[in-house]
Design a protein. Structure first.
Length: 333
């Protein structure tokens, strides 16, 4: 597995000269990326460089591996009970969820595949838990890179690669526009899952945010039989809450969401994308994976709204022959 900080990226030999796509992190909300990619494909736009953080790395990698249809099919098959069946809660672990069941799903489709097997540059973003360095995973095991990029601290255990303990890249670069630019993209499109979040998850009459989108210990949201399959003493302490107050899990994830939102704004101020796509998904909880159909649709709508901006940016930033190839637009006189 090749890992790099900013210092060893070969900027003197940029890879690709056209469109880069930065896909941000956001747990279940990342299914909106599928809708964005479908609209780009429908309009004949195929990014040559993809950098992804957390679930953005998963979706972007599936796209480049020609597995996006399979990912969409799996996402649409999810329901709340099926989601909990994938979560192997652990007491003695560096993460609440061991991740072995999710690893099994990845191995069904990507076992033995390396990032360099992809036809185009792909970079998954992770963070070094010891140093805080931003790590760009661009070679080696595809599965290890994806696991490291979405290893949310406290939820999934860190992934050890090349003597580094790696966690979710959203801690350092939630929307990796800078990575696409470093790898030579002439034009960068960013899909931001944090542009519509703050305060949106608060339900009427409540003072707290249901960041998961539902209450795991409420029988109205999760049947008692399903609760029995995961609700150990540890998980009950994490999800239990007093009336009209957040749970420990809710406080932890809300705080991380605020950090990611502010960090995204700060990073984009220094490295703005040429096109900024902002799906309106703040009302959907971070664990509401069963809302894949709605999330994909909202991603499609956001991308459709951005198409005029994308086409205008292409006219300005890409060579005229590339524009004609991509959009079948006659050259401007």
């Amino acid at each position: 597995m090749s890992m790099s900080n900013h210092d060893d990226i070969p900027l003197e030999k940029p890879v690709g000269r056209d469109i880069g796509l930065a896909l941000g992190g956001g747990m279940a909300r990342g299914f909106a990326h599928i809708g964005v990619l479908k609209v780009l494909k429908k309009n004949g736009i195929f990014p040559r460089i993809i950098a992804g953080t957390s679930i953005g790395a998963l979706v972007g990698g599936c796209y480049l591996a020609d597995k996006l249809d399979e990912l969409e099919e799996w996402a649409l098959s999810l329901n709340r009970m099926k989601i909990f069946s994938y979560l192997d809660f652990r007491v003695r672990s560096a993460g609440l969820i061991g991740g072995e069941k999710l690893l099994g799903i990845l191995e069904e489709h990507f076992k033995g595949m390396n990032i360099e097997d992809l036809d185009q540059p792909f970079i998954a973003i992770a963070a070094d838990l010891t140093t805080g360095h931003e790590i760009w995973l661009r070679k080696g095991s595809f599965i290890d890179a994806i696991r490291a990029s979405f290893a949310l601290p406290g939820v999934f255990p860190p992934v050890e690669l090349n003597h580094r303990m790696l966690v979710d890249g959203a801690l350092v670069n939630p929307l990796p526009v800078s990575v696409c630019q470093a790898f030579g993209s002439r034009m960068t499109i960013a899909v931001d899952l944090h542009a519509d979040l703050i305060g949106k998850a608060t339900k009427p009459g409540q003072k707290y945010q249901t960041v998961a989108g539902f209450d795991p210990l409420n029988t109205d949201d999760v049947p008692l039989e399903t609760q029995k399959s995961f609700a150990s003493g540890l998980t009950r302490r994490l999800f239990r809450r007093a009336e009209n107050s957040p749970s420990l899990f809710g406080v932890m994830v809300s705080a991380l969401g605020i950090i990611q939102d502010r960090l995204t704004r700060s990073r984009l101020a220094g490295d703005p994308p040429d096109v900024h796509i902002k799906p309106q998904i703040g009302h959907i909880g971070l664990l509401e994976f069963e809302k894949a159909k709605e999330l994909i649709k909202l991603g499609e709508e956001a991308a459709e709204r951005s198409m005029p901006e994308i086409e205008a940016a292409m006219r300005v930033l890409l060579p005229s022959h590339q524009i004609q190839d991509l959009l079948d637009i006659p050259p401007q006189s």
